[in-house]
Structures are given as structure tokens and as C-alpha cells.
Ligand binder design. Structure first.
Ligand code: DOR
Ligand code: ZN
Length: 421
């Protein structure tokens, strides 16, 4: 009998069967009969989920270190059951060359406590093939409209970029919006200036520009109409699912985000498309309290959310609003498949990333979250936070306590093939 690094005992598998999961070298070796192990965790009484892959986070760092850094951002991820994060390239400066991409990976390797990947920036003049070879996971978010730290691409440039990404075999991720009018003074203005109807038109336009058969993914779609207009895979965020602008005072900058929070009816419409949503990702985009303290017109868009994403969904599972299987699909298995990351799970060969959720539903309290910014627009909402998180077969988080970190970098598909060419 082999010796394991870790055994998860009494795990209730998605099939309902109870089994022990035997882990060595960061992957599942065996499911079933117990073996000797250096360490064991008794999972009886917990819901054991595969670690979430949050394919849309802005970990900041560099000159934006006051907002977040790779350490605080990934500690926040782990505390919310996320074991792999995919960083967006609208950093300062943006990721546009292989050198900048490699430097970003080194920054993460030095600080991250969970798995990570880094996307390539899709900006005019960016060295797309160089970044693919350097290990970019995906391309974008590609701004089809301007947003924080990203200029919008005109349709001709967008088409050219999508064509080049397709030729590289890459996955293009698109931020689609239409922007009209003056600087908004309230959340309702912001919703009108970047309307749901405009988002759906922008999605349709971007989909029409993309070459047939390309790997295409739409980020953070906020309405049912946008989801229907999309091609490829679609992502929705916890803030568009759980928050409407009607829940906030009109000038509350904490709820300012692109695409904007919608009204209650639109939010409910998004839930009606739950089965069509491929991926839930947080768009974790923290800004500091002083930045959000600016007048509405000049306050930056973006909200933190990597730590609260799965906990909010788990509270919805406990209320029987959605199934546990759908949460596993949309937070772990689908994003891993879309990106080409080995999946975490319950079969031999699977990546050994897990989070254990208790039965109790609690409420979100920003003062106990781990992101650097110290605030959350989800304050007071129901949530179920994990008690324990395993990253690559190592206990990374035990009841609020961090252990040894084993960050793994997940390069994109093009990285290995470029080495073979
Ligand atoms: O609200 C947003 N903030 N939307 C984005 O697309 C970018 C993000 C940021 O980086 O702050
Ligand atoms: Zn975006």
C-alpha cells in the first residue's frame, strides 16, 4: 500500500457515495479504501467542493499596490474557497510584451498563496504571439469599450485582434459594453450610460467580428439579453446576480462597477438564465476607500469579490435556490475546461484542490475579509465560508489560519506547443 501525503476521509462525492480521497504529489491517486497518510482531514459534516477557478480577477500590485497585491489578493481567494485565480492584464503598465508577462508571473510566484495564471493584454501594438509563447493563459479581457485602466478598441482593431488571437489558437475574453452620455452622478445614471441594451448590442457586434470557430468567452454579462446574444462561453459575476443598484443609495460609489449594477427586474432576469451561464467569476477589482470616497463622477469603477463569490453561491445552495452540482460546474469544472487547466475533483489524476463548507449560513462582514481594501458591497448578505482549504494536496487554510503555500503557475495551452515548435 502506498503512503499518501494527505487523505480526505468521509467525503460525500457528487454521486452521494462516501469515500476517502488519497492524495500524493498534489493529485488524487486513489478514491475508496483508506491508506496510511502523513495527514488526514475528516470531512464528515462538511460539503467538500473542488477548489474554485476564478477566471477574472485584478490582483493589482506594482504601482497599484495600495489597492491589492498578490499576497493579500490570493489570501482572500483561499479564504473564499478559490484555489486558482486568473489575473487580468489591465495593470499599470498593461501586459503587452513577453517581458512584462514574465515579470508579472515572477511577481505572483513570489507572493501568491494559491494557483494562478496571467492573461495577455489585447491593446494596439501588443506582442500577442510573444505573450502566448511566454505562457499567457488567455487574451484579454479585451476592452470593446473603455473601462478602468483600459481603452476601448474600435471595431476594426477588435476584428484584427480577434483574428490574430484565433490564428494563435488562443482564447479571447471580451469585455463588451456601449458607453454613452456624460460622466454619471448616480448609480442609475451609470446604468443608463452603460445600458443593458447597449451591452447586448456590443456582445452581438463582437461576436459578429470573431472568426468562425474561434475560442471566444464573454466576461461579466449582466443581462439575460446579453447572454442570449453571445457566442462561445459566457460568464456572470456575483455582483450582477446578488446586487441591484436599487439596494444602494444613489451616490454610493462602492457599487459603481463596469458593467453597472442593474435594476431588480434585470437582476432577476439574469437568474432566469442560470442554466446558460458557463462560468461564474468575480471580476475582483478592488479600489481603496479614499478612491471610492471621491465624488461619484470621478470615483473608479470596480468592486472586490474573490472571497465572497463561492460563499454567496453556497448560501443560495443552502436555501435550495440552485443546486450544488451547478455551483461546482460554474465555479470549478467549466472554467478549468474553458482555460485548459487540469480539473480539481474526485477522480484519480484530478488536481487536489478542495474547500470544505460547513452547514451554517453566516453573514458577510467586511471587517473579517482579507482583501487589502477593507470594504465589500456584499456586507450583510448571507454566505457560507469554508473552514478548510486544500491547495495541491496541502492544507493551505484551516479555520482562519494560513499554512505553507504552494503556488502553481498555470501557463496557457500555447506555452507548451511553442516549446515543441
Ligand atoms: O469595474 C471595472 N473595474 N470593470 C472593469 O472592466 C475593470 C475593473 C478594474 O480594473 O478596476
Ligand atoms: Zn471587464
Amino acid at each position: 500500500m502506498t503512503t499518501a501525503d494527505l487523505v480526505l476521509r468521509n467525503v460525500t462525492l457528487p454521486t452521494g457515495r462516501r469515500a476517502d480521497i488519497v492524495i500524493a504529489g498534489g493529485i488524487v491517486r486513489h478514491v475508496g479504501a483508506p491508506v496510511r497518510a502523513d495527514e488526514t482531514i475528516d470531512c464528515a459534516g462538511y460539503t467538500c467542493l473542488p477548489g474554485a477557478v476564478d477566471m477574472h480577477v485584478h490582483m493589482r500590485g506594482g504601482v497599484q499596490v495600495e489597492k491589492e497585491d498578490w499576497h493579500t489578493g490570493t489570501v482572500s481567494a483561499i479564504a473564499g474557497g478559490v484555489t486558482v485565480v486568473v489575473d487580468q492584464p489591465n495593470t499599470v503598465p498593461p501586459i503587452t510584451t513577453p517581458e512584462l508577462l514574465r515579470a508579472r508571473v515572477r511577481e505572483a510566484e513570489g507572493e501568491a498563496v494559491c494557483g494562478f495564471a496571467v492573461n495577455a493584454g489585447v491593446f494596439p501594438g501588443a506582442d500577442l504571439s510573444g505573450m502566448r509563447d511566454a505562457g499567457a493563459m488567455a487574451f484579454g479581457e479585451t476592452f470593446a469599450a473603455p473601462s478602468s485602466y483600459g481603452e476601448g478598441l474600435d471595431p476594426e482593431t477588435l476584428k484584427e485582434m480577434l483574428t490574430r488571437i484565433h490564428a494563435l489558437g488562443g482564447l479571447a475574453t471580451v469585455h463588451a459594453e456601449e458607453v454613452a452620455g456624460e460622466a454619471p452622478a448616480t448609480l442609475a445614471d451609470h446604468d443608463r450610460a452603460r445600458s443593458g441594451a447597449g451591452e447586448a448590442r456590443a456582445v452581438q457586434a463582437a461576436a459578429a467580428l470573431a472568426p468562425d470557430g474561434m475560442r471566444l468567452h464573454f466576461c461579466h454579462l449582466s443581462t439575460a439579453a446579453s447572454i442570449r446574444a453571445a457566442r462561445g462561453t459566457v460568464e456572470a459575476t456575483p455582483h450582477h446576480l446578488f446586487l441591484s443598484h436599487e439596494m444602494f443609495a444613489g451616490d454610493d460609489t462602492r457599487a459603481r462597477v463596469n458593467p453597472p449594477l442593474r435594476d431588480e427586474a434585470t437582476r432577476r432576469g439574469l437568474w432566469s438564465c442560470w442554466d446558460e451561464i458557463d462560468v461564474v467569476a468575480s471580476d475582483h477589482a478592488p479600489h481603496t476607500v479614499p478612491e471610492k470616497g471621491l465624488p461619484f463622477e470621478s470615483a473608479p469603477s470596480g468592486i472586490p469579490g474573490v472571497e465572497t463569490m463561492v460563499p454567496l453561491l453556497m448560501a443560495a445552495v443552502r436555501r435550495r435556490r440552485i443546486t450544488l452540482a451547478s455551483v461546482i460546474e460554474k465555479t470549478s469544472w467549466r472554467p478549468a475546461a474553458v482555460l485548459g487547466i487540469p480539473r480539481a475533483g474526485f477522480l484519480p489524476g484530478d488536481r487536489a484542490d478542495y474547500a470544505l463548507y460547513p452547514d451554517e449560513v453566516t453573514r458577510i462582514d467586511a471587517s473579517s475579509l482579507h482583501a487589502k481594501c477593507g470594504w465589500s458591497p456584499f456586507e450583510g448578505l448571507d454566505a457560507v465560508f469554508p473552514d478548510e482549504v486544500v491547495v495541491r494536496g496541502t492544507r493551505a487554510y484551516v479555520c482562519g489560519d494560513y499554512r505553507e503555500a504552494h503556488p502553481a503557475w498555470y501557463p496557457g495551452r500555447g506555452y507548451l506547443s511553442s516549446k515543441r515548435e
